[in-house]
Design a protein around this ligand. Structure first.
Ligand code: SF4
Length: 289
């Protein structure tokens, strides 16, 4: 088991805000998109009165609106204000820092964001830009293909693969010597990625518990694979693949939005299958490097 896995502080904070809002009143609590990207968490929230919507047009004027950990663009904050919505803002503090960095980009400069197209966090960050010149890039190749830019500022979505961030930052500094690239991947994402890489180097297969639309859980699979070990994303203990039967050393990790009980159920199931549990606390070895 990875030495760092499961809920990060941002997710814990968002869920704590939801629990206190749900306890404070029985009236519906509207959530635009999702609070965090995990199906089990959203299902539990639905049972406690959360109403998930895909547009603010679906939220009656004056209702309560919970903003998820990924944050929202400024235009949606403004729309919520105009509708008189009572906003409970669970945007992660680290995402808010990115919003502030984006807002500080001067109008004549260009904001580049390394992230995933369509991800709410990426949309939210671009939606706080102080410059009308914004560009989302999803890979090193897309950065290399950019035309010359004036005063570019590079930000990265918090859950991007830390190896990719490093490569893109280096290429950015080479291509745009007058550009700025403040570090913006969050420590929680980086620690989970480094932990799964360490684990992958001494196991034959890695299971990552998380939902398929969770960016950070998918990055953990990617990091395991880059460290040389196949990885499978599983929703919960019921989706443990048969392939584990043929494995002697299995790695286990979980995304930052995966609840503890899903991790515990998966461990229980693996113990019942004959595995023994070892928490990974050894220093990283050099196998495969
Ligand atoms: S992964 Fe990082 S940025 Fe995202 S909610 Fe957790 S602490 Fe915040």
């Amino acid at each position: 088991m990875a030495d760092c896995l499961g809920f990060c502080r941002g997710v814990e904070h968002a869920l704590a805000l939801f629990q206190s809002a749900a306890a404070a009143s029985p009236e519906p609590l509207y959530v635009l998109y999702e609070l965090v990207h995990n199906r089990a968490v959203s299902e539990q929230m639905r049972r406690q009165g959360a109403v998930f919507v895909s547009s603010l047009d679906q939220v009656p004027a004056g209702s309560r609106l919970l903003i998820g950990a990924h944050g929202l663009p400024l235009a949606l904050h403004e729309q919520a204000r105009q509708k008189g919505l009572r906003v409970i803002d669970a945007t992660c503090q680290l995402v808010k820092k990115l919003h502030a960095l984006a807002a500080s980009v001067p109008p004549e400069a260009t904001l580049l964001l390394l992230g995933k197209a369509g991800h709410p966090e990426a949309i939210g960050i671009l939606g706080h830009s102080g410059s009308p010149n914004t560009c989302l890039i999803q890979s090193l190749e897309e950065l290399e293909a950019l035309p010359p830019l004036r005063q570019p500022v590079l930000l990265t979505q918090t859950t991007v693969n830390h190896n990719e961030v490093q490569a893109v930052r280096e290429a950015f500094c080479r291509r745009f010597p007058d550009g700025r690239c403040p570090v913006s991947i969050c420590a929680a994402s980086r620690q989970r990625q480094e932990a799964v890489e360490k684990l992958a180097r001494r196991t034959e297969l890695v299971l990552v518990i998380g939902s398929s639309h969770s960016s950070n859980a998918r990055r953990l699979c990617e990091c395991a694979l880059q460290a040389g070990t196949p990885a499978v994303l599983i929703e919960n203990a019921d989706s443990i693949p048969e392939a584990v039967q043929a494995v002697r050393r299995l790695g286990l990790s979980a995304g930052a939005s995966t609840p503890e009980y899903l991790i515990a159920h998966t461990v229980e199931r693996l113990l019942a299958m004959g595995f023994t549990l070892q928490k990974d606390s050894l220093p990283p070895d050099n196998h495969g490097q």
